[in-house]
Structure formats: C-alpha cells, structure tokens
Design a protein around this ligand. Structure first.
Ligand code: ADP
Length: 310
C-alpha cells in the first residue's frame, strides 16, 4: 500500500497526451508523469467524463476514487499498478513542463476538453493496449505456449487478489492489458470488492457481465473467489480463441438458459484435452467442487514447464 502523501499527485506533474480508451465513468489518456525525483513515467490516466452533468460527475468521481483506493493496495507483476491520483487543483505555479523531445512547452491539459478538476487516476501504461485486440492482431505469432503464459499470469494475479480476500467480479479478456509480448496485466477494478467476513458479496444492481458469470452469480448475485474462478475460465477460453468473445451471437437470456442446463463453451480447436479438462473443472456448477485459483495457477505453471521442455 502507498502512503497518503504518495497517493496524491500534483496535477501539474501529469501530462495528458492522447485519448486511448473510454470507460463507463472515465476516459483514458496516454500521458506522462514526472515524479519528485524528476523521473518521467509513461502513464495511462483515467479522467472523469466531461459530458456528464454535475450529479453524474459526482458519481464518476466517487467510482474513480473507489477504484483507485482498491488498486493502490495491490503490488503484483500482473496487476496494473496505480501510481496515484490527482484530486485537488494544481499546486504548481507554473503550467510549463518538459516534453519527451526535451523542449519546454505549455502544458496542454487544459485546452482540449479535459477537465482540470475531478479525479484523475494515474496508472502504469500498458503500451500494447487491450489483450483481445492484441490476440486478434498478432494471431500468427501467438502459439499455445504464449496463450498458456498469459493464462498463467492472469491466474497468478487472481490468486494474489484472493489471498488478500478480494474478489474482482469482472474477470474477462477485455479487462486484461498487454505491457509487452510476454506480459499481460489484470486491470479494471471498478467492480472488485473486499470480501466481508462471510466471504460472499451479494450484488443488487448494475450492469452485469452475464456471459462471464458463474451459475451462483446468475441465480443469486453471489460473488465469491470461486465465482471469480469461473470467470477466469471464460477469460482463458477467450485467450485460446484468440480474442473471440464467449457465446457469440447468442443473447444473454439464452446463455442463462444454457448455463442452467449445464451447457459449457466448446473446446477451442487447438486446445489440448488436458487444458479443456482444466476449464471444465473451473466451470463445475457446484462452486465448492470447482478448482481454486491457486490450483489453476499451479496446473498452468506445470503445463508451461512441459511445453518449454518440448
Ligand atoms: P472501464 O472500467 O470504465 O470500462 P477501463 O479501465 O476498462 O474503463 O478503461 C477503458 C479502456 O482504456 C481500456 O479498455 C483500455 O483500452 C484503456 N486503458 C485503461 N487502462 C489502461 C492502461 N493502464 N494502459 C493502457 N490502456 C489502458
């Protein structure tokens, strides 16, 4: 966890450069951040949306802050790192900063519709962007060993979250980012929750990722470490399918009916039987009989060793 003073960054030390994504409560920009030691970091900054009215702005700020407070507790090689947040006005008297080319230019943060108020979440940048697009774009060079490597990395991130009593609740390929050709990181902690003592989180509202949800989440809105495992299985299936979403062309309510009668996603054509067996173990209807995140991670580690040994 980072300290309160480290968590709050001066807005003038952050420079926004290009819009790279949009989310429910905020737009995401690529940019740079200069820390107190004058080291420059490439960052992604989630900024609350400007098209909202003041009520929505308040809600967006609240959600961004909650997500930031969650993320700042995690330190894991396969979880996107939060560097800090900007929440107050800039405390710097100068609005000038040095650009990558070394020239000094006026900070452009205020002249292109980006609100210089509200919460900015400053995160480590994943230069290769979203994993789904990456898997589709680089299909020709991504073989089973890379797919299993990515699966193992995400499983290890989920194991880490569970060891800290967190459930992510939205594990899906769309929430995984690529930092280099051999490293992916879990992101988007907007839905994640610290488990209460009974170790179950019951959700009542909001837009739900039906096609990634475990039967008990669909039926009872029950989210646990084991429902995360079910979603992780769907996410691994998406990796093995080179970024294709589950249940393509099938409506949510029809998917719910399929899950109710025990139907599961089909085996991807190049998926080894042992890996499909693992997916089936992650999709067992009875959550108590489902394998755990740590077991999944160990299985994938062994498999990767076997693949690497040829
Ligand atoms: P939301 O949770 O509101 O959907 P996300 O956190 O998923 O928003 O961000 C929206 C998009 O912004 C992502 O799909 C991705 O394209 C981009 N993005 C978010 N965080 C980063 C990051 N750290 N590095 C690179 N791109 C990012």
């Amino acid at each position: 966890m980072i300290s309160e003073s480290e968590f709050h960054l001066d807005r003038s030390s952050v420079r926004l450069e290009e819009l790279i994504g949009d989310g429910l409560f905020g737009n995401v920009y690529r940019g740079s951040y200069v820390d107190v030691r004058l080291k420059r970091h490439s960052v992604a900054v989630k900024v609350c949306r400007v098209d909202n009215d003041s009520q929505d702005l308040h809600t967006s700020n609240k959600y961004l802050l909650e997500e930031a407070y969650t993320m700042q507790q995690f330190r894991h090689p396969h979880i996107i790192k939060l560097l800090g947040i900007c929440s107050g006005p800039s405390i710097s008297s100068s609005d000038e900063s040095e650009s990558d080319s070394g020239t000094v230019s006026t900070n452009n943060n205020n002249n292109n519709n980006i609100p210089a108020f509200g919460v900015w979440m400053v995160m480590e940048l994943a230069p290769f962007g979203e994993m789904r697009q990456y898997l589709q774009r680089e299909k020709s060079i991504i073989d089973l060993s890379v797919q299993i490597l990515f699966a193992k990395q995400i499983a290890s991130a989920v194991t880490y979250l569970h060891s800290r009593a967190f459930v992510h609740r939205d594990i899906a390929a769309r929430n995984v980012l690529v930092t280099n050709s051999r490293c992916v990181k879990l992101s988007d902690f907007g839905m994640s929750k610290l488990l209460a003592e009974e170790e179950v989180y019951t959700s009542s509202s909001g837009k739900l990722p039906i096609k990634w949800m475990a039967p008990e989440s669909l039926n009872f809105r029950k989210f646990t470490t084991q429902s995360d495992v079910y979603s992780l299985g769907v996410c691994i299936w998406e990796i093995l399918m080179h970024g294709i979403k589950p249940w393509q062309g099938i409506r949510n309510h029809e998917v719910i009916k399929k899950i109710e009668v025990g139907e599961i996603l089909q085996r991807p054509s190049e998926c080894p039987l042992a890996v499909y067996d693992m997916l089936r173990a992650m999709w067992v209807i009875d959550e108590y009989l489902r394998i755990t995140a740590i077991e999944t991670t160990h299985f994938l580690e062994h498999l990767l060793e076997e693949i690497d040994d040829g």
